[in-house]
Design a protein around this ligand. Structure first.
Ligand SMILES: [Zn+2]
Length: 397
């Protein structure tokens, strides 16, 4: 197989991923566009994968001799990207992300584990000294004075399936909350994916509230949630019971020894409309002697999901943190504010997530066919840059 190039990646996106209709018509809101939306949008996607997060950097690349090798049909300035993303509707990019994730499942891109999960979590992205748009939330120093502004969003990712695909983001500005944004995101994601797409939803402790859990019930998803100090009565009951009991099961997870306490008959707190609450505590002994302990609760029954599977579901929460937020920030610059306007900020996040999804499906599933070793994200990025330095063949597409 020939090595990866921006042109081959473009063909993969329009052919295999069937995203040509989206690239041609991505919900462009400009009244009289001079530069085709496809050129602007593809330029944003391919330059994310080249790890160039700023609009100014995109301008430099498309105005250079590599414009054609990038498969970008027109050169333009950074102001054109600002104008475009201010007016680009979020719904089309969200639909493109959903399409890619559903296609991945149809094409059996996920491990045959039977437990495809979804994770929801919030993060901050993009700081500024001045308030620049309506999504800016003030943050305060120890003296309670406003010392700057930050953006926040909640994201959702496919987890537990051997391929983390973060596929939607919901911003929350001042007066809104992580947890309200999480409910909107969950409802939209499940409507888009269908109830049978995922087996469970995994969330951290701040989402472990009755209204959020009931929203998951309405969406037809079982929940695995971290049990923390915000549920003191349940936590006290768990401590009282498990402290005096030997572990229910002991497993090996790689080099670690994992003890699990698991009981399905805890009482729900007053506002939670579940019949009972199942709680699992895991204590993971690492070879260096360190111990990690955490408690999780769920409405999945022991009959449906055993202790070890539940432990792996709980652990899959880290995917949204590591393969979601950390990669999006460290590799693709999702925290960079390209153009400080609310819609542009949101579209920047969504386009970055789409770039991440395209990169993973291309690198981990498409390029990895046959006997090719799996390339790292760094290797793919380097190969794409090297391809730009070669004289390109005449454009036949
Ligand atoms: Zn802002």
């Amino acid at each position: 197989m020939k090595g990866p190039t921006p042109r081959r990646l473009f063909r993969y996106v329009t052919g295999c991923l069937r995203l040509r209709p989206y690239l041609v018509d991505p919900g462009d809101g400009r009244p009289q566009p001079q530069i085709p939306a496809r050129a602007l949008l593809w330029a944003l996607l391919i330059t994310r994968l080249l790890r160039e997060p700023s609009f100014h950097g995109v301008e430099q690349l498309v105005r250079s001799s590599v414009c054609r090798a990038l498969c970008v049909s027109a050169a333009f300035g950074d102001d054109a990207l600002g104008y475009f993303t201010e007016r680009l509707e979020a719904a089309s990019t969200r639909a493109a992300l959903l399409h890619a994730v559903r296609l991945a499942k149809r094409n059996k891109a996920f491990d045959d584990c039977g437990f495809v999960g979804l994770a929801i979590d919030g993060t901050s992205a993009g700081r500024s000294a001045q308030r620049g748009c309506e999504l800016c939330r003030p943050f305060r120093n120890a003296e309670k004075q406003v010392s700057g502004y930050r953006h926040h969003f909640v994201a959702i990712s496919v987890v537990g399936a051997g391929l983390s695909l973060p596929f939607d983001a919901e911003p929350y500005g001042p007066g809104d909350s992580e947890y309200a944004a999480g409910q909107r995101l969950l409802a939209r994601a499940v409507k888009g994916l269908g109830v049978r797409f995922a087996r469970y939803l995994v969330v951290d402790g701040e989402f472990a509230t009755a209204p959020f859990l009931h929203a998951a019930d309405r969406a037809g998803l079982s929940v695995v949630a971290r049990l923390k100090g915000n549920l003191p009565e349940l936590l006290a009951a768990v401590e009282k019971r498990f402290a005096t009991q030997p572990p229910t099961r002991v497993y090996r997870d790689g080099k670690d020894r994992v003890e699990i306490w698991d009981a399905g008959d805890f009482d729900p707190w007053e506002t939670l409309h579940w019949e009972t609450v199942r709680v699992a505590r895991y204590r993971q002994h690492k070879p260096d002697g360190s111990v990690v302990q955490a408690e999780w609760f769920t409405n999945l029954t022991t009959k449906k999901v055993g202790s070890l599977a539940l432990y792996h579901m709980a652990k899959s929460r880290w995917e949204i943190e590591n393969q979601g937020f950390n990669d999006a920030k460290n590799r693709y610059g999702i925290e960079h504010i390209c153009h400080h306007q609310a819609n542009s900020v949101l579209l920047n996040w969504l386009i970055t997530l789409l770039a991440v999804v395209i990169e993973r499906l291309y690198r981990i599933r498409y390029l990895h066919r046959g006997r090719h070793p799996l390339r790292s994200a760094e290797q793919l990025c380097r190969l794409l840059w090297l391809a730009l330095s070669r004289p390109s063949a005449p454009d036949s597409s």
